[in-house]
Write a protein of this length. Structure first.
Length: 52
């Protein structure tokens, strides 16, 4: 039962870290164009050369 004294704070810290990362991603507008990638693969105008 002593291990719970370590596991509970560690799990709460990791959960808070994940929540902070999610809110950071929302704040920096990482999820602005969810439809763009889905529609981009359907077009035939693409460039075969890698970007530099």
């Amino acid at each position: 039962m002593d291990i719970l004294a370590f596991l509970i704070p560690i799990s709460l810290f990791l959960g808070g870290l994940g929540l902070a990362a999610f809110f950071w991603a929302m704040k920096t507008r990482q999820f602005d164009d969810p439809e763009g990638d889905a529609n981009r693969i359907l077009t035939t105008d693409y460039d075969d050369r890698p970007k530099r």
